[in-house]
Design a protein around this ligand. Structure first.
Ligand code: HEM
Length: 128
């Protein structure tokens, strides 16, 4: 499934539902909760929302407000190993389900999220 199909099925409202469900789960998460700014969670939600509208739907607002995403660089201040990557993906999968995303779209978006999340890892897996 290509990005245009995902965008036509979800639209901005669908992405808004997904990121809202994602960020509702963040404060209560033992691993990821402490990484996000409690006083600006709405700001975090908006950044992810506009990024997805840009990346999947071609809407330029994220680029205008934040510049080139440089996601790896922007995630360097946070410790992201396999556990953090997997937790982010679990929370996102639950958020997509709660937001009523169809299994086909969830699987296509899930593949995209997995690829980016793995690329953002900045800690080597533990090896004895
Ligand atoms: C691998 C696990 C991940 C962790 C632990 C993580 C954590 C974080 C944290 C703590 C922030 C700062 C919150 C803020 O914006 O105020 C952030 C920002 C952001 N994250 Fe992630 N993230 C992960 C994966 C992803 C993935 C997979 C994507 C995209 C598909 C993504 C997209 C973004 C975006 C767009 C921002 C805002 C960047 C900006 O404009 O400053 N993140 N992330």
């Amino acid at each position: 499934m290509d990005e245009a199909t995902i965008w036509s099925e979800l639209g901005p409202e669908g992405f808004r539902r997904v990121v809202a469900a994602f960020y509702r789960r963040i404060p209560g998460d033992d691993l990821l909760g402490p990484m996000y700014p409690a006083e600006d969670l709405q700001g975090s939600e908006d950044r992810l929302y506009h990024f997805l509208c840009f990346r999947i739907g071609g809407v330029p607002r994220y680029l205008e407000e934040r510049g080139h995403p440089r996601l790896r660089m922007r995630h360097l201040p946070f410790r992201i190993g396999e556990a953090e990557r997997d937790r982010w993906l679990e929370i996102m999968a639950a958020a997509m389900e709660e937001a009523g995303v169809s299994p086909e779209v969830a699987s296509a978006l899930g593949a995209f999220f997995s690829q980016v999340a793995d690329f953002l890892r900045n800690q080597e897996p533990f090896s004895p």
